[in-house]
Design a protein around this ligand. Structure first.
Ligand code: NAD
Length: 489
């Protein structure tokens, strides 16, 4: 058992209390130090410099917590952070600039503008699956927006937490950013303060608790939650590339990715071919477990195993099905499960089809009509992502925009956080694109300027002159105003 798994609360007790952390960060914000462009730009510059200098330590921490292959930790943690930092440093002056707008006649003479203001002391809560990236990317946005911040690391990624803490301590004063660790009850205490904003990344179940605690203080909240994202393949798809990309996305980080394709919904006419290509793709990866990250905890493996042990009648495990060896229960083989069409009625839906899998199991479902596809999608509304492999533009429009199908087929109303045509997870790859979910997969978004906006308050400022004060607006109103109606409305 991972020793650190057992002692998150004792660690939490060794650090400052939630109340003391909050008070310190509020004092830091009240000092006014974090507001100027110069402070923000300098902190981001220094953070990037230290991150780049300590890249090897970042990979070592992720290898210790999750055995991530270095390429995976480079691509999905280090490179994303460098890009966010570069983008924020370059764009910050334009993000912070006041936006002047036209003044309507009724406000003349005046100047109207609005600015992005820092919110104050904010709290960021991270998960364990991309523990460094998902703690620091929101922090970059919070700092760019001129806030002080508490970063609560997941108790299940202790090496990453140590790394982030020491990196932050190199760059920020103790009243600017504080990194803490703690379990659920400790975090609930932390949240029960009037934070200026709470940014939570984690499961939908805990997201609900976070939203309830934050509601007590009317704290604005960003929720980046889980997803059960479909990977839809139609009869026109390029099956070779689609199978390769779907397999890559599903088994990246051992399936422990919020935006991973969670299940395949493939057209019946190409289902056998697509399945065969996915099997080949898995075979071509070889048996070396080092090509894949580890499950975060052996209990996670037990959960996956129990899902496979209770499959619906007719469902078949095609590849994998458990750990590579009994001596390493956290190293799982990529597992494909083919689902029988007959078992797809919503009332009979299995936890594998209903709950986010968050591990290296990939169920394959088939459909032959759009009605059947709709029924599959309806099992899990509002996913974080939607992946479509197709060359049929009309089909893609039907999925994306709910456009009426050819031959009068019914429109589709299917909402999702972000989508990709002919690939997976690409929506996460640009700081120019907002990233977030809807409904059960979250609220709010971030990355690049969207993160800056999330951690800022849009504040209006109207400057009026004292000359030209029109008597018309003051009582007694009389009848004269009626002549000005056309101008005022
Ligand atoms: P989790 O919800 O169990 O924990 C997330 C964080 O919340 C941790 O820091 C944990 O300590 C804290 N926490 C736990 N109980 C709490 C409570 N009662 N009150 C307040 N905080 C509490 O999630 P996890 O297991 O760390 O991560 C996996 C989940 O996160 C998956 O569902 C995944 O889809 C989701 N996720 C979403 C995104 C996204 O960007 N949308 C990214 C990564 C992971």
């Amino acid at each position: 058992m991972n020793g650190n798994f057992q002692s998150p609360s004792s660690k939490a007790e060794a650090q400052a209390s939630p109340e003391a952390v909050f008070a310190r960060l509020q004092r830091g914000f009240a000092s006014g130090r974090t507001r100027p462009l110069q402070w923000r730009a300098e902190k981001l510059r220094r953070l990037e410099e230290r991150l780049r200098a300590r890249e090897a330590e970042l990979h070592a921490a992720l290898a210790e917590d999750l055995a991530k292959p270095e390429f995976e930790s480079f691509l999905s943690e280090f490179a994303i952070l460098c890009e966010e930092l570069r983008d924020a440093r370059r764009e910050l002056p334009s993000w912070m600039a006041a936006r002047r707008v036209a003044t309507p006649l009724k406000l003349w003479p005046a100047r109207c503008e609005w600015t992005y203001e820092p919110k104050g002391a904010v709290c960021i809560i991270g998960p364990w699956n991309y523990p460094i990236q998902l703690a620091l990317a929101p922090l970059i946005a919070a700092i760019a927006a001129g806030n002080t911040a508490c970063v609560k690391m997941s108790e299940f990624a202790p090496a990453s937490a140590r790394f982030v803490r020491s990196l932050v301590e190199e760059v920020f004063a103790a009243d600017e950013v504080v990194v803490v660790e703690g379990d659920g009850p400790w975090t609930s205490r932390l949240l029960d303060r009037p934070w200026a904003h709470v940014f939570f990344t984690g499961s939908t179940a805990v997201g609900r608790i976070v939203a309830q605690v934050c509601a007590r203080h009317l704290t604005p909240t960003t929720l980046e939650l889980g997803g059960k994202s479909p990977c839809i393949v139609d009869a026109t798809a390029d099956l070779e590339v689609s199978a390769r990309r779907a397999v890559w996305g599903r088994f990246f980080n051992a399936g422990q990715t919020c935006v991973a394709p969670d299940y395949v919904a493939v057209h019946e006419s190409v289902a056998d071919e697509f399945t065969r290509r996915m099997q080949e793709e898995i075979r071509s990866r070889g048996d070396d477990p080092a090509n894949s990250a580890r499950l975060i905890h052996h209990r996670h493996g037990e959960r996956l195993q129990s899902l496979l042990q209770s499959l619906s009648p007719g469902a078949e495990v095609l590849t994998g099905g458990g750990p590579y060896s009994a001596s390493e229960p956290r190293r799982w083989q990529p597992t494909l499960v083919r689902w029988p069409r007959a078992a797809l009625k919503p009332s009979e839906s299995h936890p594998l089809l209903r709950d986010e899998i968050f591990g290296p199991i990939f169920p394959i479902l088939t459909w032959s009509t759009r009605e059947e596809l709709r029924a599959i999608l309806d099992l899990n509304p509002d996913p974080l992502a939607c992946y479509v492999f197709s060359r049929d533009r009309e089909f893609v429009r039907w999925l994306r925009e709910g456009a009426p199908g050819v031959g009068g087929q019914e429109t589709l109303s299917f909402g999702f956080g972000g989508g990709v045509l002919n690939d997976v997870m690409a929506q996460f790859g640009s700081p120019e694109l907002p990233f977030g979910g809807r409904g059960a997969s979250g609220m709010g978004d971030y990355h690049g300027e969207f993160g800056f906006m999330e951690f800022s308050q849009r504040r209006t400022w109207v400057e009026r002159r004292t000359w030209g004060d029109i008597a018309l607006r003051y009582p007694p109103y009389g009848e004269a105003w009626k002549r000005w109606k056309a101008w005022l409305s």
